[in-house]
Design a protein around this ligand. Structure first.
Ligand SMILES: *Cc1c(COP(=O)(O)O)cnc(C)c1O
Length: 386
């Protein structure tokens, strides 16, 4: 919850706006350091979750690298001070110009998602007379048991190389003179709250690691991706994900050789809980069947509820009424999917009430749009208010 002082500071800003609590971010990074980085694991932050320079600065200072999925993100990582050797570049559809940007900066690794991409990276590297470090993203066919739009490791998904393609790759590799195959990479999905899918991933990674070493290919990097979830229902009680058990699981179940490095690409679990969308109630409306609270933030500021049926915790900041009512909390956009919560039991709302939509630090601001020609939205950082 926010303090009285904080809430009165919010009143000085035009709503809606994103608020980032950098203390929460720092505490999260401390846990990642304690249970991951200090154990020798390499952790890259997935910039697609949040690319605010202020946030990236904290993340870089904590010793994480950058995991990028576009040339724009590679450039942002470089602009924010990440060293090229800390930058990985993933994605099923890398353009030639984006691959060239990575090659020009000699980034750490391309996570390659198809046989054809491997050949294209080889050609582009040859043209520049350089060598590209590459990890093969392999589709492990592990069910992440998460929303279907954020499941990425099943046979039906577009991501990664299937195991059936490996013989062809083993055959091609000696001819790809400008590829340095350094590892294998997996990413099974996002907002995975149970550890079981990660346990299955360990088994698949172990057996694939063996397949490569049987072929005489000594991989240096085993990259298990990201996907660890956060608690959207109780952001105050669970502000920081349980990284001890997350990293501990891989420690226990992944069989690495002494010369192998374990890499992670975390997004949501790093920044998710540090961000809130602060918004004001514009109108309350009593329909035939429902009460609506119409707020000044919409799917243009936070699309997760519309896109993934995501449920964010919503808190009333001022003033708290003792009476309650049931509301559909909706935005102003001309789409019925522009709904944050339905049938939410809530203190009675009035025009002008301030609300906080919590757990918005990942896949929130980065997905904003100008649909309905909406105006831009500000970002406010706790350090500027303290
Ligand atoms: C999105 C993504 C991540 C980060 O996922 P989170 O669920 O935010 O941890 C990591 N790796 C790849 C390849 C991704 O596409």
């Amino acid at each position: 919850m926010f303090s009285e002082t904080r809430i009165s500071q919010f009143r000085d800003h035009t709503t809606p706006f994103y608020f980032y609590d950098l203390d929460v971010l720092k505490q999260t990074l401390q846990q990642i350091d304690k249970h991951g980085i200090r154990k020798g694991y390499h952790v890259h932050f997935a910039l697609k979750a949040n690319h605010q320079p202020r946030i990236l600065e904290e993340i870089r200072k904590a010793g994480l690298g950058a995991d990028c999925v576009s040339g724009g993100e590679v450039q942002r990582a470089l602009d924010c001070g990440f060293e090229p050797h800390q930058i990985a570049f993933a994605g099923v559809g890398k353009r030639d110009s984006e691959i060239n940007l990575g090659l020009e900066h000699d980034i750490f690794c391309f996570n390659c998602e198809s046989v054809q991409e491997l050949q294209v990276i080889n050609e582009l590297a040859e043209a520049k007379d350089c060598t590209a470090r590459v990890a093969l993203r392999i589709n492990p066919n592990v069910d992440a048991k998460t929303h279907k739009y954020i499941t990425t490791g099943l046979d039906e998904n577009k991501f990664g190389i299937n195991e059936e393609d490996l013989p062809l790759i083993f055959e091609l590799l000696p001819t790809l003179k400008h590829i340095d195959l350094i590892g294998i990479h997996f990413h099974i999905g996002s907002q995975i709250e149970e550890l079981k899918p990660f346990r299955e991933l360990c088994d698949r990674a172990n057996s694939l690691n063996q397949v490569f070493s049987d072929k005489g290919i000594q991989l240096k990097v085993i990259n298990v991706g990201g996907g660890y979830g956060i608690n959207y229902a109780d952001p105050d009680g669970n502000a920081i994900p349980d990284f001890e058990h997350f990293f501990g699981l891989f420690d226990e179940h992944l069989n690495l050789r002494d010369d192998q490095e374990l890499h992670f690409e975390l997004g949501r679990s790093v920044t998710g809980q540090c961000g809130s969308l602060i918004t004001e109630v514009l109108y309350t409306k009593h329909g035939r069947q429902k009460n609506f609270a119409i707020i000044d933030a919409g799917m243009t500021e936070l699309i997760r509820p519309a896109l993934y049926q995501a449920k964010h915790s919503i808190q009333l900041l001022t003033p708290i009424s003792t009476e309650t009512d049931t509301y559909d909390v909706v935005g102003p956009i001309c789409e019925s999917s522009d709904t944050f919560r339905t049938d939410l039991e809530f203190p009675k709302l009035e025009r002008g009430n301030l609300l906080a939509i919590r757990s918005c630090g990942a896949y929130g601001e980065v997905m904003k749009s100008q649909y309905n020609l909406r105006q831009g939205i500000d970002s406010v950082f706790s350090v500027d208010l303290d």
